[in-house]
Design a protein around this ligand. Sequence first.
Ligand code: SF4
Length: 480
Amino acid sequence: MSEIPTYIDFEEYSEHVPAGIPSAVQQATNRFVGGRAARVAELPQWEQLRQIASDIRQHTIENMDVYLTRLEEKVKAAGGNVHWAQTAEEANRIVLQIAREHHVKTTVKSKSMATEEIGLNHFLKDAGIEAIETDLGEYIIQLAGTGPSHIIVPAVHLKKEEIAQLFSEKLDINAPTDPIELARIAREILREKFLNAEMGISGGNFLVAETGTLVMVTNEGNGRMCTTMPDLHVAVVGIDKVIPDWESLTVFLKLLARSATGQKLSTYTQFITGPRRAEGEFGPKEFHLVLLDNGRSNILKDRVGRDVLKCIRCGACANVCPVYKNVGGFAYGSFISGPIGAILTPQMLGTQTARELPFASTLCGACADVCPVKIPIPTILLHLRRRVAQGDEFAEPTLPAPIRISAGLVSFALAQNWLYRFGTRLLPAIMSVFKRGDWIPNAPYPLSRWTKARPLPPFTANFRRWWMKVRSAKQKDLAR
Ligand code: SF4
């Protein structure tokens, strides 16, 4: 079987980016930002809700073992099956085994970031099982052969004209650019698939430990069809999605849709507790819940980084992020993009693999301001930058030793008053050797890493001298 793609290095990034991403992304994200602001303004208790949600998530991740055990008991008591997957590979194998036991040839899928994370479609395809995405955005990117570029709006980077062109090419039709018509075309094709699929696959927004209930929050009816029409339903959900009880759920439901799309509530909120109970009822005959770890337990050990597990995947951080809005989701190289991707991917795949992501931020803090569960994203970014540069108990440093030593020396020098003064006198003299005109075109290592791409302005100003001059001029003015 071919390898599951997990991360695209920045160097390869440009090969994967369709042209014109920023304008499509900016239009959509600006709409969401406006909608969110309007809904938030309607709720005077918004800040209290955020704090309560943050506290619930904190409590849950600190007691995850308790809630996951309770969840497993309740799902089994309701007639469902629970599987534990340590890795992406294991989760894929579990789903494949269930499919093979039931002679599944075709499966219909509801949108799920967990299955994107493990590369399930790819894995099933290699095993000869067709996995069809039925969320419109996911259907579009499946046709395009790419991954999602936004957590909640997978095809946000495409304009209606580009989607029409894609439909025309891939479906061999003359597709119009009218979005309603495009949705109708997709719906007609997918109806057939719903009717014939032997298995439905979904993710889940929350897992309520109190009753063993899978909660799905969606805007298209496809989620319900995937989880009720086939006789077999498999849900792949990260262990971090567990919440204690229904009272907690009411808090998250108030926050999620408002933060994500600026809706009061999503069109569909679905509660699934086990398979159907008796003949004549709707729903699958078998329900399987695959609880996915895939690095989450390791993240839990890091007292700073683990706040990422509080995430409810609303996408609000991406919508306000100046970096995301300008580069789009593919630049993050991973299944999950935006500020949440910048703190999750390096922790999940390791800073040796995704070492650039913690630096893909201006640290403006807009993400933390809108996050409904108050994840301190800039703090975690800085924490991960330190891990990349210096290493810690979780990872080796990725910066070469000369750079780390130089940074240490600079840091030491800046902290010593006399050394700093001496350096400000010495540096212009050293730099004059490399100066050509007003610039330094080729500096020695490690500054050559900079001058390879652009010239360096020579160090000319002496802040202390300048400050003394300004201060004495001011004093003279005052004395007059
Ligand atoms: S980090 Fe916060 S804002 Fe971003 S997706 Fe997660 S919950 Fe939403």
